[in-house]
Design a protein around this ligand. Structure first.
Ligand code: ZN
Length: 459
């Protein structure tokens, strides 16, 4: 079996049993981590000098609408109701299958380049079977570990929608692309849930996809759309299980957080989108209060950046901001702070893997798990001196510090360069696809397009 050895790195394993090291080696055999400790005496075909590097588990983004990578910054100044109008009402229907491919390939490469080794592709623009096939192919060609969250066609996303999901096509995608749950790509169901469709349709879909062995994620508690007691509604049909990830959760009630925790659900917070677009404050403290440790996601990459560093920093500040504002209001001091940088790094790795159903495979540098590893250059001007490695990763690092990325033992990025991608050719293809999209949509491509808000379906 092919061996690779990373020597003399500062290691943040994010696994308490393995521990952290100021100076240790990581031995990789085939696709898996074989050992993490100082002074490993082993011969290896590939040796990577980890001196001056911080090794962390590859980040896990638990919810990204990757197909929107072609629409970067189209929604930079839009609220959530404007997003519904502009992305759903105009752009989604304009996508060709080839656009889905290019967008997913671009978005997955961007993720890899910034150290995200597992991407939950929340794919909700599968307007034809060919769109879904192309989206899967884009992920596959990028070489990333991904969960393809099959999530409906554009036309089925206008709340409140009475249109059913094409469950025959979902079953076909399962058969055709995901007959094993042990590959780099796995499949899940990205459900509309009670905020976007009826509870009857939701129940039928939840029960059907569980019969196919698929996990579920669903948006709940986003802005005014999320105040309809969505978790209570799911509970009324007995649909809450530990195979489900709840995205956003900003405007849920206490009783709903309790139900999520009691039924073993997981959560995904997209702090940047939530703060910018009006979903509400990130629900970190409410989730933690009931014992649910959240994961982190990028969400609509048509309005926010696509790397995990920005999300970690925003989530830390936003969560502390909520607690600090409350304390100020009550004229008291906070000590200790309610979350620390290690919590945030755990959310971005360990909890992300758990939310994807991949906790046994990835999320920490644990012997036996897959070798999904990121080396950050601590010799960069924004990084040294390293007085607190976890703080450096969460508060200081950016994608430009990502020196090396390994996915399942395969080196995807080395010395700051992606190894398996022709970025220049990709850019030409992306520009052509964007020209076509904006032309067909009949809207300007200069940041001045502001759609009329879509307000139906508000609770
Ligand atoms: Zn979303």
């Amino acid at each position: 079996m092919q061996r690779m050895l990373i020597r003399n790195a500062t290691v943040l394993s994010m696994d308490p049993a393995t521990g952290d090291f100021r100076d240790a080696d990581i031995l990789i055999e085939g696709s898996a981590i074989a050992a993490v400790r100082p002074h490993i005496a082993a011969e290896a075909a590939t040796v990577i000098d980890g001196q001056g590097m911080i090794a962390v588990p590859g980040f896990v983004d638990t919810h990204r609408h990757t197909w929107q990578s072609l629409l970067r910054n189209t929604a930079a100044d839009w609220s959530l109701p404007q997003y519904f109008a502009g992305i759903r009402g105009v752009m989604g229907a304009q996508y060709t299958a080839d656009d889905m491919y290019v967008a997913n390939y671009l978005g997955a490469l961007e993720a890899l380049d910034s150290g995200i080794t597992t991407l939950y592709d929340w794919s909700h623009n599968n307007n034809t079977p060919e769109h879904a096939d192309a989206a899967v192919q884009g992920l596959r060609d990028a070489g990333i570990r991904a969960v393809f969250g099959y999530g409906n066609a554009n036309r089925e996303w206008f709340p409140p929608s009475a249109l059913p999901t094409d469950l025959d096509d979902l079953a076909r995608v399962r058969r055709q692309h995901f007959n094993s749950d042990d590959s780099l790509l796995t499949m899940a169901f990205a459900a509309r849930g009670p905020q976007f469709t009826s509870l009857d349709i939701t129940e039928h879909e939840f029960r059907t996809v569980r019969g196919l062995g698929l996990r579920i994620t669903v948006h709940v508690g986003d802005g005014l759309w999320g105040t309809s007691n969505p978790i209570g509604q799911l509970q009324s049909r007995g649909l809450l299980r530990d195979d489900t990830t709840y995205v956003h959760c900003c405007t849920l009630q206490d009783s709903e957080f309790q139900l999520i925790a009691e039924t073993g659900g997981t959560a995904s917070i997209a702090a940047e989108v939530e703060l910018n677009m009006g979903h509400g404050n990130p629900a970190t403290l409410s989730l933690l209060k009931y014992g649910c440790r959240p994961s982190i996601s990028i969400d609509v990459c048509c309005s926010v950046g696509g790397d995990m560093f920005g999300q970690m920093r925003l989530l830390l500040a936003a969560t502390r901001g909520v607690a600090n504002a409350e304390a100020l209001q009550q004229r008291r001091l906070i000590d200790p702070l309610p979350v620390n940088t290690r919590d945030i790094l755990e959310f971005a790795t360990v909890q992300g893997a758990k939310a994807c159903g991949l906790a046994r495979k990835t999320g920490s540098l644990t012997p036996g798990k897959q070798a999904d590893i990121v080396l950050l250059d601590a010799g960069a001007l924004n990084m040294f001196p390293i007085n607190n490695p976890v703080g450096a990763v969460v508060n200081d690092a950016h994608p430009g510090n990502v020196d090396t990325v390994v996915v399942a033992g395969r080196i995807m990025k080395r010395h700051g360069k992606l190894l398996h991608a022709d970025v220049r050719a990709l850019r030409q293809r992306v520009e052509r696809a964007c020209d076509g999209l904006f032309e067909r949509a009949g809207v300007r491509r200069d940041g001045t397009w502001l759609p009329q808000p879509y307000v139906r379906g508000i609770a």
